[in-house]
Design a protein. Structure first.
Length: 159
């Protein structure tokens, strides 16, 4: 019996966006980063969709889990969010309606509120940890050392 293994060749940016010429390697790099970021976001959105959670809501839940058992303010959430354009107050309200977080008016300052992750929110994150762990297996086309280099280069770009 002949075993057929379907190995998908990596798609180059040129093939993905149907463009062969770039102004420079730096220009191509920027487009490649943008394209790859959107690709990763699409993968994450697909994994979160069955639970009815957006990537921005997932980010809020992860921040709150990191704060747990301490509360977080809306300002803290906004400062720590990866998508700085997101409306943290609106996201918190959507998560509260789903029962994934609790929002309590702050005793010291009535204009502020304390936000906590709920038990159900922690359970949802536990499920998502397994989903994302499986996704991370597909990222192991890069070695640990290669991933470290990519991280260092991306950090260097932002400095």
């Amino acid at each position: 019996m002949l075993l057929h293994i379907n190995i998908k060749a990596p798609m180059k940016l040129e093939d993905e966006i149907k463009q062969n010429k770039f102004k420079s390697e730096h220009h191509k790099m920027v487009l490649n980063i943008i394209y790859t970021a959107h690709w990763v976001e699409l993968q994450n959105t697909r994994m979160l969709k069955p639970l009815g959670i957006s990537p921005q809501q997932y980010n809020i839940l992860r921040i709150l889990r990191g704060q747990h058992p301490n509360p977080a303010s809306i300002t803290l959430l906004q400062d720590r969010m990866m998508d700085k354009m997101s409306n943290a107050s609106r996201l918190v309200e959507k998560l509260r309606i789903k029962g994934l977080i609790e929002r309590i008016q702050c005793e010291e300052d009535r204009r502020q509120c304390d936000v906590f992750i709920s038990k159900m929110g922690l359970e949802v994150l536990k499920q998502l940890d397994e989903v994302f762990d499986n996704q991370n297996e597909s990222l192991k086309v890069l070695t640990h050392e290669e991933a470290k280099i990519v991280n260092e280069l991306l950090d260097k770009l932002r400095n």
